[in-house]
Structure formats: structure tokens, C-alpha cells
Design a protein around this ligand. Structure first.
Ligand code: ATP
Ligand code: MG
Length: 257
């Protein structure tokens, strides 16, 4: 089959999808219905949309944990899921549902995941200590995950996504259950990662958070219905906030209570 992607063009993007589709239950649930996504290298892209619109399904396909029904994906110019193993070194994912071992401590989880990436003893020691410090988890390093608060688990989940220093980060609801102070800290840190050249795709329900992204994609019923910088979108819809656009475009089902 001839690839629909032009290679030179692909290299500008960290994430590219072409007509990406995922149906569940033999087509009864059309979770993702043909998404053409282009996330540039070194940008923070916020994926927003109502519950069930297909954000997690898309992220899970990009990370290689879910096989698409049809369509194409490239991460860092490399085909997913054909090169899933190779791409695991390019992708760091903090899933919506934690993928942490609850009976292991904070640092044991970090060491476990580092080993999976084949990191050396010295690398592991250095990186784990660095991330414990950055994510303010030092005090909790010997506490088992089961005993951590929701916000601490989010921090650990993000730390685990960063261990192998991947260029592409997929953060699915990374700031759910996180207090405003920590959320602000997270966003400062995300921007720092972006400035160091990382690409971040983040899903969020917190609309003032989406405003902090470089670009926003709004999903509805498994398709991308709008895209642009926060300012472009606000100008286009002549509104003051992204929340207003979210309510305007998320369909009749959305009730703002
Ligand atoms: N394993 C599955 N089997 C069947 N249907 C599924 C499965 N996973 C998700 N779905 C359905 O696919 C659709 C998209 O779900 P998805 O989790 O991708 O949405 P989301 O945008 O991440 O929602 P949320 O904001 O609640 O996290 C929903 O209708 C959901 O019920
Ligand atoms: Mg989700």
C-alpha cells in the first residue's frame, strides 16, 4: 500500500493521524470516526470534548495499547502500531486510569518502569532521584501507592511517563483530582518540558487549562470538529473563554451544572 504521508512533511510533526477509526463491539460503538490529527514537534496540544467523545480511545491508539479499526498513525515519523516496540522509547504515557502497582512504593514503581525501558543502574538512580525532586515526591518515595492521595498518584504517573526521557508525552486527564496550586505547578512544568523540545498531547476537562495550551482540538462524537490556538478559536466564535466554545460545540447533551 502506498503511504498517504509525505515523509518530509511528517518530520515536522510529532503526531500525525490519517482517517483514524476505532469501533468497539463489532461496530456498534463508533468511538473514533476518522481523525486527522497533526501535532507539531514542541507544542502542547489540548484535546477537549465531552465525556465519551473518544479522547482516551485516540490516546490509547497513539500509545500503541489499542489497535485501530482502520487509518494510519505516525509518531515522530514512525508508523504506529507497526513499530510499537520501537515507539515505546519515543512515547511516555500517563493514562487516565493509573497504571501503577499499588502494592509497590513510589520509588519501586519508578525503578520497575525504568528497568522495562532497559535503563542502566546509574541512569535509573539519577533519573528517579531527579524526578522525585521535580515532582515533589521525595517524602513519599517509600510509601506504597495504595496509601498515596489522588494528586500524589497523578504526580507519580507523570514521573513514570518521563523516566525514559521520551520526546512525545501523552497525558490523559493528567490533572484530574489535582488542587489548583499543584495544577499551576504542573502547567509550569509542562511548559518547561515543551521549551526543552518535548511534545505534549493532553486531554482535559478543565477549560481554563486548555487556554494554556499552544493549540486546542475539540472532539465531538469521535471526530475533531474544531482546532486552533486559544486566541484563534476565541476570535472565531467571538467569545471570551474556551469554556464558552466547549459548551457551544459539545452538543445538546452537554449540560453545564
Ligand atoms: N473497551 C470498550 N468497549 C466498548 N466501548 C468502549 C470501550 N472503551 C470505550 N468505549 C466507548 O467508546 C466511547 C469513547 O470512549 P472514550 O473513553 O474514548 O471517551 P473519552 O472522551 O475519553 O471520555 P472521558 O472524558 O469520560 O474520559 C464511549 O462511548 C465509550 O463508552
Ligand atoms: Mg477519557
Amino acid at each position: 500500500m502506498i503511504s498517504v504521508f509525505v515523509i518530509g512533511e511528517s518530520m515536522d510533526y510529532a503526531i500525525e493521524t490519517k482517517n483514524l477509526v476505532k469501533h468497539y463491539n463489532k461496530g456498534q460503538v463508533r468511538a473514533v470516526n476518522g481523525i486527522d490529527l497533526k501535532v507539531k514537534k514542541g507544542e502542547i496540544y489540548a484535546f477537549i470534548g465531552a465525556n465519551g467523545c473518544g479522547k482516551t480511545t485516540t490516546i490509547d491508539m497513539l500509545s500503541g495499547t489499542l489497535v485501530p479499526t482502520s487509518g494510519e498513525m505516525k509518531i515522530w515519523g514512525i508508523d504506529q502500531p507497526q513499530h510499537r516496540k520501537k515507539l515505546s522509547h519515543y512515547i511516555g504515557i500517563a493514562p487516565q486510569e493509573y497504571a501503577l502497582y499499588t502494592d509497590l512504593t513510589t520509588s519501586e514503581n519508578m525503578v520497575f518502569f525504568s528497568k522495562l525501558y532497559g535503563m542502566s543502574k546509574n541512569q535509573i538512580k539519577e533519573t528517579v532521584n531527579e524526578l522525585l525532586d521535580i515532582l515533589n515526591l521525595e517524602e513519599k518515595k517509600d510509601v506504597i501507592v495504595e496509601e498515596l492521595s489522588g494528586g500524589m498518584k497523578r504526580r507519580l504517573s507523570i514521573a513514570c511517563a518521563l523516566l525514559h526521557k521520551p520526546p512525545v508525552l501523552l497525558f490523559d486527564e493528567a490533572t484530574v483530582g489535582v488542587d489548583p496550586v499543584l495544577r499551576a505547578y504542573f502547567w509550569d512544568y509542562f511548559r518547561k518540558l515543551r521549551d526543552e523540545g518535548k511534545t505534549i498531547l493532553i486531554t482535559s476537562h478543565v477549560m481554563d487549562e486548555a487556554e494554556k495550551a499552544d493549540r486546542i482540538g475539540l472532539m465531538r462524537d469521535g471526530i475533531l470538529i474544531e482546532e486552533g490556538t486559544p486566541q484563534e478559536l476565541k476570535d472565531k466564535y467571538k467569545v471570551g473563554t474556551i469554556e464558552e466554545i466547549f459548551i457551544l460545540l459539545s452538543g445538546d447533551d452537554y449540560i453545564d451544572i
